[in-house]
Design a protein around this ligand. Sequence first.
Ligand SMILES: C[S@@+](CC[C@H](N)C(=O)[O-])C[C@H]1O[C@@H](n2cnc3c(N)ncnc32)[C@H](O)[C@@H]1O
Length: 239
Amino acid sequence: MTLREDWETHAAQWIRWARAPGHDSYWRLHRDQFLRLLPPPGRLTLDIGCGEGRLSRDLKQLGHRVIAIDGSPSMVAAAREADPSMDIRLADAAALPIEDASADLAVAFMSPHDMDDMSGAVRESARVLQRGGKLCLAIVHPINSAGNFVDRTADAAFVIKGDYLGVFDYSDAIEHNGLPMTFCSRHRPLESYFLALEEAGFVVEALREPRVPDQAADTEADRRWQRLPLFLHIRARRE
Ligand SMILES: C[S@@+](CC[C@H](N)C(=O)[O-])C[C@H]1O[C@@H](n2cnc3c(N)ncnc32)[C@H](O)[C@@H]1O
């Protein structure tokens, strides 16, 4: 099964998970930090791997003209249902149904590590962005996906048993506040993302490693993620 098929399989779980107010990291940890990285609304903003569309709707509220794309039919249906006025397209991120050089901003929020062909998606973003356009990414930090804390105490050791420099698929089945969710993703080292950007003609102009803010660090387990980054945010410019 491809990662794209995995996401369709778990789409119903994701839609419940992503729509439970205040439930996941989007609300609690990093949406606002990610939004601060974006340029102001311009010609056209693409939301690549939009899921059920929560970021697309937030971008629209902020004044962006958005086309949203996702590879899962169920996610696309849910995003269209939530806002029928939005342009939501079913497509693979590595084959965007978008004209060359027609956008000035592309965002891929928490989706590149879920894509089978991340490099292809970055290349496609370069094709559809005008020169000087920006690609903003949020991913699970490769440190995070490479290893695990040994326990849930705030000062727990973090251990990488496997191969940080390797590429491997992983699946996390979790339950939080009664909602189950299975995340199917691919670990890639930092170099994979930076090579993809470099080869597609992007220059990285900003990088953030958001930490769990004090007000969201309710438990000892949360406080572990004030020592290591959960996520990585990147803004790159199309040369
Ligand atoms: C973790 S969800 C993030 C959704 C949304 N950006 C959010 O934060 O609410 C990852 C999304 O990437 C999509 N995805 C995975 N592979 C894809 C591909 N090859 N092309 C387009 N979308 C893909 C999945 O269907 C899923 O909706």
